[in-house]
Design a protein around this ligand. Sequence first.
Ligand SMILES: *Cc1c(COP(=O)(O)O)cnc(C)c1O
Length: 364
Amino acid sequence: MYKIMTPGPTQVRENVRSARSLPCTNPDLDPDFYDFYKETCGLISELLETEHPAYILDGEGILGLEAACASLTEPGDRVLVVDNGVYGKGFADFVTMYGGVPEFYESPYTKAVDVEVFREYLKEHHDFKYATLVHCDTPSGVLNPVEELSLALHEYGIMTVVDSVSAMFGEPLRVDAGKIDIVCGGSQKALSAPPGLSFVTVSPAAMKAMESRKTPIASFYANILVFRDYYKNQWFPYTMPISDIYGLRAALENVRADEDRLRRHRELAGLTRRTVQEMGLSLYLEDGFSSTVTVIRVPEGMEAARILEAMKKEHGIMIAGSFDVLAGQVIRIGHMGENANQKDVKETLDALRAVIRKLREETP
Ligand SMILES: *Cc1c(COP(=O)(O)O)cnc(C)c1O
């Protein structure tokens, strides 16, 4: 068994694993399960500081992103896709898939989107139904000021979809204060439940946009609207994964009980950045560091794969490479959720120091 220090999936605490082994009822027929699901959704809304209802969907983190786009996009809709990272750009695929017309707002991958520059752009370009934003774009680790960006978009009546899968619970996120219409989360990042679930919170405006569509939503599984009256009708669109939801609930309660959580994420992220720089390594980003993940450039003459392999083989620790345009260029330490503890972060940094030293000795 490796020590998991990747930016998702993350370590899972024993009480979450135990909750997943509780006896199962028939989740379609048992009124108690409808209450349990609703309370669990209520806890998500509470932790994200929103009055909007949350819905747990049976699919890994990506499903929430697709469901938001599938449910909001009608053929021909113009959608602003804020692209300063791999996930940011990736939203355009979902927009296109459901007939929308994406317009890219491009910003350098090595820094957070600048709110003032974005505001200037919006003055001339604001004919969009909604915009997609990424809170922490995990492949590069950049953290965007999504609340401020969303408020700027709302001045032009543009709805907002925010992917906070790898930021929420490790970084502050206030959905109502930022007027975020749909926020997407997943079970396997800072929440530290196993992969398998996504969830969304939905504003009244976003729900209304789904209800008043001229064309039906071109999906069943990625249709948020079918969840709207589940409690009133005591009916789920498909059988809910009850054990996954028991685990998710325990993980959410762990988050709620952990008052020191955000401070600890900030400190350990700071410690990680300082320590890797002391080793002579350089960070990928110029600014906009997320407290959930640190992204480090692979030193000249070294191979990412060899660093990761040595971390696993010699130290039993799993850290991550990256993908898409960043493949092979960086390595990533995920210090979010259960991974965000002094002991594991220090062990990981010590191991990395030893691995880098050894590889430097091998490289002429
Ligand atoms: C992890 C993650 C997701 C969920 O999808 P994966 O299949 O686990 O990649 C979505 N968005 C972001 C920003 C993520 O980090």
